[in-house]
Design a protein around this ligand. Structure first.
Ligand code: AMP
Ligand code: MN
Ligand code: MN
Ligand code: MN
Length: 278
């Protein structure tokens, strides 16, 4: 059976490893079909593809787009995109802009609660000056010894109501799905179990996602608990969504699930790759 991993990050966004090193780790873990899905950024794709092909993996061009819907940040993964599509490139560029200003505001808030020089500290972990993210701040806070791990950081800082959280307006759902589809890709709701919505809000969200042409959700993801694997398998079936599998790997020792190590998709689901010809 194919080992398909369609969600992970390199240091082109908030992952730790270079695109080529992520490819090597995926192949070593037995992945046959692989997508790098950096946040709001396609700059790693060429390197990832070259490494993947040299290692004998099927390469799928991907991206993970940040959107704001009903006041919450949601992530939409685009798979099998043409990363040279001008509207996609322009859209991602506009989504990335504003991250630096947001980061300065985050650092100002952290300074007030006794975490100094957080902008410079986070920047030390950044691989792409266009993409400074909360994860880079989290790594700095761990380096300082203020928190032991990423989970503790996001429980105490950087999230709504906690120091270092700066609300941000990302792209719209319509924009993200339209950019992905315009670039020939498939739009997938990333880790739906992470969003704090009522059933009614989820229903409205999934309906709107479908209306713009979204067709899939992640069921097997490193961000889901075992209970959520079956919960979102049911939801995929009831909404008629294709199902995706992706570790959401960010770095060794940091991510709960390594590349290629998730359980397979339940057999009753239609995989998002069902008609991709491999
Ligand atoms: P940003 O795009 O700058 O808002 O950063 C979002 C990133 O922070 C996500 O892609 C995750 O990598 C990380 N993140 C957010 N919440 C958590 C959490 N509770 N645990 C671990 N990582 C998280
Ligand atoms: Mn991330
Ligand atoms: Mn995500
Ligand atoms: Mn991700």
């Amino acid at each position: 059976m194919l080992n398909v991993d369609l969600h992970c990050h390199s240091n082109v966004s908030d992952g730790v490893l270079t695109p080529a090193a992520v490819a090597a780790r995926a192949a070593a873990n037995g992945v046959n079909v692989w997508a790098l899905t950096d946040h709001d950024e396609i700059d790693g794709i060429a390197k990832a593809r070259a490494a993947a092909v040299a290692l004998g993996m099927v390469y799928i061009a991907g991206v993970e787009i940040s959107i704001t819907w009903a006041g919450q940040t949601i992530h939409i993964v685009g798979l099998r995109i043409d990363e040279t599509n001008p509207a996609l490139i322009a859209g991602l560029e506009s989504t990335r802009s504003g991250r630096e200003r947001r980061a300065h505001e985050m650092a100002d808030q952290l300074a007030v609660v006794g975490i100094p020089n957080a902008f410079e500290g986070a920047l030390n972990f950044v691989g792409n000056p266009d993409l400074i993210s909360r994860t880079h701040f989290a790594r700095y806070i761990i380096e300082l010894g203020v928190c032991a791990d990423i989970g503790e950081v996001f429980r105490k800082y950087l999230t709504e109501g906690k120091p270092g959280f700066v609300p941000h307006r990302w792209a719209t759902l319509e924009q993200a799905v339209t950019w992905i589809r315009g670039a020939g890709g498939t739009a997938v709701v990333a880790h739906p179990g992470r969003y704090k919505f009522s059933d009614i809000a989820f229903d409205a969200f999934f309906d709107e996602f479908k209306q713009w042409g979204g067709t899939a959700i992640e069921v097997m993801t490193g961000s889901h608990t075992v209970e959520q694997y079956s919960q979102y398998a049911k939801i995929a079936k009831s909404y008629g969504f294709l199902a995706s599998r992706g570790s959401d790997f960010h770095g060794p020792g940091e991510s709960r699930i390594d590349l290629g190590k998730l359980p397979p998709l339940p057999e009753s689901l239609v995989p998002v790759w069902h008609d991709w010809g491999f």
